[in-house]
Design a protein around this ligand. Structure first.
Ligand SMILES: [Zn+2]
Length: 312
């Protein structure tokens, strides 16, 4: 297929969101109508909602502001690429902030009721039988954030225009839920809520050719690998009297390795920039030096996926 085919289209009004089936090989396009609107986003594996898009995993791999050429990952232990970001005309998205919620608007602003991303997501997800507890951390499109000295995060106004858009290519069958962020009293959407357009398109061959290969890993697990593959259907937590712990690789063993250093090497080691953390424990300092070197030498990230380089 050389051309994209439009499958469906919606305009989401302020205060709303929409649960949309986006199958593998289809593109979800989210577009500014007036400009200046943040769009929060949740996503699940369409065939198993326990696998969901994980902002923590995604920001670990791609940083705080993922854009074109990166993936959205599902949570461990599945850790699959759910979407590939094919296009992003603004290149300003956020995976640091959680969705805004009723609590935020009441506690900070004094509103007893206020449109908010959590409640919008919950209501949109209800169309597929999910509950407010199933809403997860959102990927925030067009949200401008920056980490400041000291670790706080600052939200800034955005400079998006009509027609600015992101395009997400689904790598697996998904239920994708974009919503118009309800933050009209913050800088997030320049203090006013606007509609956004969403489309589902069939990807062209050229689109598919842009996606880097994501090699499968033995550590990626699905329910067939779980000791408990059953989804819990009731809410109360009760102890399983038959439970026997089966922790991986336990008991863990420690092997001492003898390393000889001459005076010059020992002086270098004790002068190492992080040595003070170990308060004179040379072995601990040497472990730090060794693993720091190993990390620099062998940990690389082709295709956006963390990996360890083979070779010398
Ligand atoms: Zn919001």
């Amino acid at each position: 297929m050389t051309q994209r085919e439009l499958i469906a289209e919606w305009t989401l009004q302020p205060g709303t969101g929409k649960a949309i089936e986006v199958k593998a090989g289809q593109i979800l396009r989210i577009e500014q109508v007036e400009g200046g609107q943040c769009v929060d986003f949740n996503a699940f594996n369409l065939h198993d909602y326990k696998e969901f898009m994980h902002c923590g995993r995604t920001r670990t791999v791609h940083g705080f502001n993922p854009t074109t050429g990166t993936f959205m990952w599902s949570a461990p232990p599945r850790e699959r690429a759910m979407f590939y970001i094919l296009a992003d005309t603004v290149r300003q998205n956020d995976v640091l902030f959680p969705r805004c919620s009723a609590y935020v608007y009441e506690s900070t602003y004094g509103f007893r009721t206020h449109t908010n991303c959590h409640d919008i997501q919950a209501e949109a997800q209800r169309e597929y039988g999910l509950t407010p507890d199933d809403v997860h951390d959102s990927f925030n499109f067009f949200m401008v954030t920056e980490v400041q000295t000291g670790g706080t995060v600052r939200i800034s106004r955005q400079d998006t225009r009509p027609g600015d858009h992101v395009e997400l290519l689904a790598m697996i069958d998904t239920l994708a839920i974009p919503n118009v962020c309800g933050a009209d009293v913050m800088r997030t959407s320049n203090f006013f809520l606007k509609p956004v357009k969403v489309q589902v398109l069939q990807a062209s061959a050229q689109d598919l050719a842009k996606v880097p290969t994501v090699p499968p890993r033995a550590s990626q697990r699905t329910p067939k690998d779980f000791l408990n593959p059953v989804i819990k259907a009731d809410r109360a937590l009760q102890k399983d009297p038959g439970y026997e712990p089966r922790f991986l690789n336990t008991p863990l063993t420690v092997t001492d390795v003898e390393i000889e250093l001459d005076d010059e090497e020992l002086a270098l080691l004790r002068g190492y920039e992080h040595a003070r953390l170990y308060r004179g424990d040379d072995a601990a300092t040497l472990r730090d030096v060794f693993f720091s070197w190993w990390e620099q030498r062998f940990v690389t990230s082709p295709n956006g996926a963390p990996t360890v380089a083979s070779g010398d």
